[in-house]
Write a protein that binds this ligand. Structure first.
Ligand code: UDP
Length: 472
């Protein structure tokens, strides 16, 4: 008898890979007869700790196969912008993906291909070409999905770019979103990235189903709008499966081996503010300085992940971006003066393990969706400091709708003063508004755990998803 298989095609950055891998683990745990293959394309951009993630899953879950596609030379005129690479690479890989899926089909029945939205180009291969049931895994939540699906409607009802208007958009299921809070890569409708987003949104509507990394109890209004078909007003809405939270657990990090966890072990309960800004968050030197001053003045305990600031002039960079001295970029004497209160680490920290540590009481976050879910599951309230991609929209959902984060005063260019940092982290850790979001996130944390129990809504929806694959 032919074996049954599900093929996952994530985007290679950690923020997209990690939850797709969790989906693969869930499929394999619940249905051991279904093997899972994850296609990995080599990425010519910063992907975060993906190698560690792939290695640890290969060891812990050998039934999941990572199929590394061979490197392809980029055409000389290929854009080096992240967003163009993220959508453009899968386009280049379509012939390889076609051959790979066809080869797998010779020995296995592919029950489903599940695409990241950046892997949208493969929809033409898997669904239209090979006629395999093709789903999308939307690595963000239900509110984000409402907006993403509604983009095609907004596109049809205006000829203007988001950058040229100063209005709020009424999107079903979410609070009004200002044009300046739309994803930065969609600002100009003449760009390839805008066209790619619209094409993806349209393909998702035609897919066999959309899986989102959230749960019904977290985003009730958005879930209802999706279920009622309001986000695709001019056609049918495919089945939507909210099966999250799918997040990497923190237990693969040895607390005795890691500097951050060892330091947290010596701090009082709920006393530490954690500052971390995703896989790509970087700040210029003047902003880092303001953050440092604000943290020092707050007198709070902090754990801060700092990356090398971009050089003012690209030619200035003499060493690698990851190899730098904290003393050179933080205010003089800051590290020595705060040594009893804070820990600053370079480049990367084991965030899921940190958020679930009892000493952490608040999180200043860039509002990436994985980070937001990790904070919700751990019951840690946030300060929203959006930086790139769709994070300004996430901030609106997290602050206004889900109510697990506080807003931060920033200029239109996104600059935050030391006073704003000091005041907001103090409110988060000690103020009344902080207490309100803390209580709310604690309630959401309980719901997150309940939804993953047998009979919980995310498990029920996961079962519906796998039932849609027939006999397995
Ligand atoms: N992350 C981490 N340590 C870091 C920075 C990020 O472990 O120092 C992890 C974080 O826990 C999350 C992922 O990287 O799982 C980032 O995903 P998210 O969606 O929050 O943001 P993105 O990087 O996609 O902007």
């Amino acid at each position: 008898m032919e074996s049954a298989k599900v093929v996952l095609y994530p985007s290679p950055g950690i923020g997209h890979l990690v939850s797709m891998v969790e989906l693969g683990k869930l499929i394999n745990t619940r249905h051991p007869s279904l093997s899972v293959t994850i296609l990995i394309i080599p990425a010519p951009f910063e992907t975060g700790s993906t190698d560690e993630c792939i290695t640890s899953v290969s060891v812990s879950t050998p039934a999941i196969t990572f199929h590394h596609l061979p490197a392809i030379a980029l055409p000389p005129d290929f854009s080096s912008e992240f967003i163009d690479l993220a959508f453009g690479l899968p386009e280049l890989y379509n012939p390889t993906v076609h051959n790979t899926l066809a080869a797998i089909s010779e020995t296995s029945t592919i029950k489903a291909v599940i695409l990241d939205f950046f892997s949208n180009a493969a929809f033409r291969v898997s669904k239209l070409g090979l006629k395999i049931p093709t789903y999308y895994f939307y690595t963000s939540g239900a509110s984000g999905l409402c907006s993403f699906l509604y983009f095609t409607t907004i596109h049809k009802t205006t000829t203007k770019s988001f950058k040229d208007v100063d209005i709020f958009f009424d999107i079903p299921g979410v609070p009004p979103i200002h044009s300046s809070d739309m994803p930065s890569d969609m600002f100009d409708r003449e760009t390839n990235s805008y066209k790619n987003f619209i094409d993806t949104s349209a393909n998702m509507a035609k897919s066999s189903g959309i899986i989102a990394n959230s749960f019904a109890g977290l985003e009730e209004r958005a879930v209802k709008a999706l279920r009622d078909g309001n986000c695709i007003p001019d056609g049918p809405t495919p089945p939507i499966y909210l099966i999250g939270p799918l997040i990497a657990g923190g237990n693969q990090v040895d607390p005795n081996e890691n500097e951050c966890l060892r330091w947290l072990n010596s701090q009082p309960a709920k006393s530490v503010v954690f500052l971390c800004f995703g896989s790509m968050g970087v700040f210029k030197k003047p902003q880092l300085k303001e953050m440092a001053i604000g943290l020092e003045k707050s007198r709070l305990r902090f754990l801060w992940v700092v990356r090398n600031p971009p050089p003012e002039d690209e030619n200035e960079r003499t060493s690698s971006a990851k190899d730098f001295s904290l003393e050179d970029i933080l205010p003089q004497g800051f590290l020595a003066r705060t040594v009893d209160k804070g820990l600053v680490v370079k480049n990367w920290a084991p965030q899921p393990a940190i958020l679930s540590h009892d000493s952490v009481g608040g999180f200043v976050s860039h509002c990436g969706w994985n980070s937001s879910l990790e904070a919700v599951v751990a019951g840690v309230p946030m300060v929203a400091w959006p930086l790139y991609a769709e994070q300004k929209m996430n901030k609106v959902y997290l602050v206004q709708e889900i109510k697990v984060a506080l807003s931060l005063k920033m200029s239109t260019e996104g600059f935050v003063t030391a006073e704003a940092v000091e005041e907001t982290v103090k409110v988060l850790m000690q103020g009344e508004q902080g207490a309100v979001v803390r209580q709310r996130v604690s309630q959401m944390s309980k719901r997150a755990k309940a939804t993953l129990e047998d009979g919980g809504s995310s498990r029920v929806e996961f079962n519906k998803l796998t039932e849609s694959w027939g006999n397995i």
